[in-house]
Design a protein around this ligand. Structure first.
Ligand code: ADP
Ligand code: MG
Length: 752
């Protein structure tokens, strides 16, 4: 075991076994330790991977070695405690960063940011240009570290910026460490930055995330203050660990599929006889080539300081997962972007292609990103960690109930935070999890919540020991709650797991929403407690007031709690009875951003002003409609140029053969039926091609808003695309394999 972190994985066991979680370090596990690792806290480097950990990161340890003491101290105050950045440190930091990067072979630097395209952006500048006389024509210094000025006009702003208003700024985010990327034999220094317009409006994913982290911290601190547990605590951090699912396909097959190349998902494909029915891929032995790929991904990520920890085969054939240890949310979200990029890049070196799309294949599991989320003081106390006597742990209950209330109050917003054309194939499409937001608490907490509701706290259901029935096997402690794989928002021991995030998304956006809605909940609770207590925080008074407030909240929001099977039709009916929103597609989910209470929510916590929010709504809606149109265009191209010709060839071949056979007087009646089936399919396919073409050519009136257009695309175009696909898939199932122009699902899923 390399560190405490690795030894305990995620602390989930801990919270249930023996009360060790009272140790503040036990609660902080990876958060504290991943910094520890980054800072060189590796006690026994056993493998090359460990020795290489964060080798390409301008980490706190590197800064401690290279920066003047006062500068280092000032900067760590900003990084650890969220103090405002003292810009006078920039010169020393820039010089140290430049020399450190050049010594490692870097030639360029860039501001690395996350515009609203969904991916990352970087524009490289030379770190140093020699003047040929021992001096520099130009070199990287304080101003280049602090601020960049990319042309903002080509990035989406959703109407925030007119095309002519090109000015945008990137600004250094000192709380996420700079790092080196090594691609194609070239090394570049990447500096994480925010990206804003010249009026200061956020044009990226990081700015609102950082604002939401501040908002959550501010409100959580009020609760700690009420409980008198804020001693020595400067801020409350959000922690995130995101498990990433993905598919791998053989690269030559990938190149033969225009749909994969253009849209990252198959737009056609008859299902393979065997797929995931036997569940024999899940956790199975990892195929050789995939294992080599994973090892290279991990080694690359370790160099970048990304603490990836878990790897395994997922349920669908060709599907895998990689999960990191959790970190502070801002760093975790940056690392998530690096993780996705690394998966994509490294795959090609192994003759593979990584598909991060939410639904690359119809009929089998899609891919998600389980977003594990908690709140943790900067002294290392996980605020969602129940103690042994949970019912007496009032402060934990406040944070727990705050999350329950937040998810119920803002279920539609939470749903909208994971809305995308890709994710629509999972949420609301009979796949895990559904579009109805509900919370799984598990047996122990459900029992406790019931007691709070009833106003009487007496017991904590404790975990028992599981006897495995064979003497040679160890006894394993049983968690006090079972797991529920179908819940979109599940409490898993000492954190919540938001499972509705799509595999290709950045985590920054859903976490911005979670932080904001929980901040709002905490603010309301703090308001009420402060008002009623009026400074009287005797333990008895505190307990009685807290129980009263929590009891009210539980009565109001318990409809969002559900421990059963979230896939079942019974739950859909029950959820409707309970009045829970079920926003089946992106177009309807995005309308939520326009609602008055949502606009006020983001404004109150200074996460978005109304125009920033409107901009985001527009961008997401435009992106949705554009993606679906690209899919429709790609489908048409494939239908016209690949599928219809194959169908027609077979029809002709069959017709010629049958005419010859008939003329020799033999019975052809069954094959006549086959011919007829093919002919009808070919004709219907052509009809559907014409229909979709006409729609795209503008037969319909475009709506006057981005969201309206997304709705039109969803309700009018998508069903026609589905029909087109189903005709083509039926053809694929009968056309001779050697004349079908596309690699089949069988090839894509099973060639490893
Ligand atoms: P499973 O697949 O069983 O849900 P994994 O072990 O694959 O669990 O992933 C759990 C994830 O949750 C890991 O990324 C882990 O670091 C993360 N995690 C654990 N504790 C916390 C926490 N307090 N805050 C945020 N994430 C956490
Ligand atoms: Mg997992």
């Amino acid at each position: 075991m390399i560190t405490r972190t690795a030894a305990t994985k995620n602390g989930e066991k801990r919270s249930h076994d023996n009360g060790k979680s009272r140790d503040p370090h036990a609660n902080s596990t990876a958060l504290g330790d991943s910094r520890g690792i980054r800072d060189g806290g590796v006690s026994e480097p056993r493998t090359a991977a460990v020795a290489e950990f964060a080798a390409d990161v301008f980490s706190e340890r590197v800064m401690r070695d290279l920066l003047p003491e006062a500068v280092y101290y000032s900067l760590t105050q900003t990084i650890r405690q969220g103090r405002r950045l003292d810009e006078s440190v920039a010169e020393a930091v820039a010089n140290a960063m430049r020399e450190w990067a050049i010594a490692r072979g870097a030639t360029h630097y860039c501001h690395w940011f996350q515009p609203l395209t969904g991916s990352t952006a970087e524009k490289h500048e030379a770190l140093y240009i020699s003047d040929g006389n021992g001096g520099a024509l130009t070199s990287f210094g304080a101003s280049a570290l602090l601020q960049g000025e990319p042309d903002a006009s080509s990035f989406p702003s959703g109407g925030l910026r007119a095309t002519a208003e090109a000015r945008g700024y990137t600004a250094w985010d000192p709380t996420s460490p700079a790092f080196l990327t090594r691609y194609g034999g070239n090394i570049a220094l990447c500096i994480p930055t925010v990206f804003v317009s010249w009026t200061g409006e956020a044009l990226d994913k990081k700015t609102p995330l950082l604002r939401s982290i501040d908002a959550l911290s501010e409100q959580a601190m009020r609760i700690l203050h009420i409980f008198g547990t804020d001693n020595g605590v400067s801020r409350v951090r959000t922690t995130v660990g995101a498990e990433q699912e993905y598919f791998l396909v053989d690269e030559p097959q990938f190149f033969e599929r225009p749909d994969l190349l253009m849209c990252s998902r198959t737009l056609y494909g008859a299902s393979s006889a065997k797929n995931q029915q036997l569940a024999d891929h899940y956790f199975g032995p990892i195929p050789e080539r995939v294992r080599a790929f994973m090892a290279e991904v991990e080694a690359s990520l370790y160099r970048l300081g990304v603490p990836v920890h878990t790897r395994h085969n997922e349920v669908a054939p060709g599907q895998y997962e990689i999960a990191p240890l959790f970190e502070e949310a801002n760093v975790a979200c940056d690392h998530q972007m690096l993780l996705m990029e690394t998966l994509t890049r490294v795959a090609t070196r192994h003759g593979l292609r990584a598909l991060l799309h939410e639904k690359p294949f119809a009929g089998i599991n899609g891919s998600g990103k389980h977003n594990n989320w908690s709140m943790c003081t900067d002294t290392g106390v996980n605020l969602l960690d129940p103690q042994d006597e949970t019912h007496t742990n009032l402060q934990f209950l406040v944070f727990l109930v705050a999350v329950i209330a937040a998810v119920d109050e803002h279920a539609a917003l939470l749903r909208a935070s994971v809305a995308s054309s890709g994710n629509d194939h999972r949420l609301g499409a009979n796949e895990a999890p559904p579009a109805i937001m509900s919370i799984f608490l598990g047996e122990m907490l459900t029992d406790i919540v019931r007691q709070v509701e009833a106003g009487e706290m007496t017991r904590t259901l404790s975990s028992a020991v599981l006897d495995l029935g064979a003497r040679t096997l160890p006894q394993i402690p049983r968690h006090a709650g079972d797991r529920n794989r179908t819940s979109p928002f599940a409490f898993t021991g000492n954190k919540f797991e938001f499972r509705a995030v799509g595999s290709s998304m950045t985590c920054a956006w859903p976490n911005t929403v979670i932080n904001t809605i929980v901040a709002e909940s905490l603010a309301k609770i703090a308001d009420r407690l402060e008002k009623t207590l009026k400074g009287n925080t005797s333990p008895e008074k505190l307990a009685s007031v807290v129980f009263e407030v929590l009891g009210d909240l539980i009565r109001k929001h318990k409809r969002v709690l559900f421990d059963g099977d979230n896939y079942s039709e019974a739950w859909h009916a029950e959820a409707e009875r309970r009045g829970l929103p079920n926003l089946r597609d992106t177009a309807s989910a995005l309308q939520t951003f326009g609602e008055g209470n949502v606009v006020k929510l983001f404004e109150r916590h200074k996460v978005f002003n109304p125009s920033e929010l409107k901009g985001r709504q527009n961008i997401l809606a435009e992106k949705y409609a554009t993606e679906v149109r690209i899919e429709a265009d790609t489908m048409l191209m494939m239908a016209r140029q690949l599928i219809a010709p194959a169908g027609t060839r077979y029809e002709q071949e069959l017709a010629t053969a049958l005419a010859a056979t008939r003329s020799s007087g033999l019975d052809t009646s069954r094959r006549e039926r086959l011919l007829k089936e093919i002919a009808v399919l070919n004709e219907s396919l052509q009809m559907q091609i014409d229909f979709v073409t006409a729609w795209l050519d503008g037969a319909g009136e475009p709506a006057d808003s981005a969201v309206g257009e997304a709705c039109r695309v969803a309700s009018e175009l998508k069903p026609e695309m589905d029909k087109l696909r189903s005709l083509a898939d039926r053809l694929e199932a009968i056309v001779p394999m050697d004349s079908w122009p596309l690699p089949s699902y069988r090839d894509l899923l099973f060639i490893k």
